[in-house]
Structures are given as C-alpha cells and as structure tokens.
Design a protein around this ligand. Structure first.
Ligand code: HQG
Length: 184
C-alpha cells in the first residue's frame, strides 16, 4: 500500500510526541531530533521513508504540527507531546477569551474539576471557535467551552502560544469556563 503524506504525518506525531524510544531515537531537551537519524532508524524498523516525504509532510501539515530547524537538519513537533520536553515557548498574554472543544460526555466532569491536560503537557485552547469544534468532534458530539483567558492570566495563570498557534496552559479551573450554547 502506498504511504501517504498523512501516514508520514501520523508516524512523525507518534515518534516526535509520544514514543521516540520505540525507534531508538532520542529527543533533546527542546524536543528536536536529527532528521537523518530518524529516517535511518525508521528504515531499521521496516519503515522506509524519504527526506522529501518528511519535508512534504511538514510543509503540508494542516495544523503545522512540525518544525524543521533553520539549518534543515533537525525536526520537532510544535506541540502535543506526552514525552517530557521543554519547548521553551515564551509566556504570552492571551486574548480576553479562548475556546476549548470537547465531547458532550466530558462536560459534567470538566465543569466540576476544570480542564486537565490528561496525558499531554498542557490543556490546548484555540482562538477560534471553529477550531475548538473540530477538536471536540474528534472525541464525540462536540461542545465548545469558552475560557475567560485574560482573567485567568490576570489571576496568575501562565499561557504559552505554540509555533502553530495553539494556546497552552496547565489547567483551567471551572470558574473560568462557560458552556457555549449558541454553537455546537
Ligand atoms: C478532556 C489535536 C473529563 C478534554 C487537537 C479532551 C488539539 C476532560 C480530552 C490537540 C477533563 C483530552 C489536543 C476533565 C479535559 N474531565 N475530561 N476534567 N479535562 N478533558 O486529545 O484538547 O491533531 O489529549 O476536553 O487539534 O482534545 O494531535 O486533548 O476532550 O490541539 O495535532 O480530555 O490534539 O491536535 O484529549 O486535543 P486530548 P484535546 P493534533
């Protein structure tokens, strides 16, 4: 079966965010690894990919999930890690509100306990409702939650903005959340 760009993208997500060790790869502290090593190790594990395929997957990723270093030698995922990395993202002041998309079955728990990062490093938020809806739909019937981000920030919560425009924070306490009833 032909390996599609989507297959390569999924493979890169798996290796660069979750299980580099499964291919004998190490990420540095900021999540970077050598592209040639990645391709070599993939080959040793029966996964033949070419440099051009990797470059294409990075370039065409709908969410710009990956970054290639300026010298073209290293690659990392822009966000979404479960392995421990420090992306060294700058702390950024968020807009007044941000959105989180989830599935309807999680809403009661979220309104009670707030948003938690689960297996990822951070809670993921978006500036656009449409993005949140798509993210929520991955889990079930989508529900959009509005997050009073600026108020959280003013109360001392730290926000980061990933290179691909995803807003990240540690947790969102329930008092900053409202279920959005107009959309989704
Ligand atoms: C939910 C994709 C119950 C949370 C997307 C979510 C995103 C709770 C699920 C990125 C909870 C975790 C991340 C609580 C949170 N009780 N459920 N207290 N707190 N949840 O996949 O945000 O395609 O780890 O609402 O675009 O859905 O991978 O997080 O439904 O940016 O590049 O627990 O993944 O990007 O699910 O998605 P996830 P997410 P990629």
């Amino acid at each position: 079966m032909k390996t599609t760009t989507k297959d390569i993208s999924k493979f890169l997500s798996f290796i660069l965010r979750h299980q580099p060790e499964s291919m004998g790869i190490e990420l540095d502290e900021q999540g970077w690894t050598s592209i040639s090593k990645l391709i070599g190790q993939a080959g040793l594990h029966g996964k033949s990919i070419k440099l051009a395929d990797v470059q294409e997957a990075v370039k065409t990723s709908d969410k710009q999930r990956f970054a290639i270093s300026e010298d073209g030698l290293m690659i990392r995922a822009n966000q979404g890690h479960s392995v421990k990395v420090d992306l060294a993202l700058p702390q950024t002041t968020p807009p007044e509100i941000l959105f989180h998309g989830t599935a309807s079955r999680f809403v009661a728990s979220i309104m009670k306990d707030g948003l938690r990062p689960g297996s990822r490093h951070h809670v993921h938020l978006s500036a656009k409702q449409e993005t949140a809806k798509t993210v929520g739909a991955r889990h079930g019937v989508p529900v959009i939650l509005t997050v009073r981000a600026k108020a959280m920030h003013d109360a001392g919560h730290t926000f980061y903005l990933s290179a691909n425009g995803v807003w990240l924070c540690d947790t969102v306490p329930p008092q900053y959340l409202t279920r959005n009833t107009d959309h989704a």
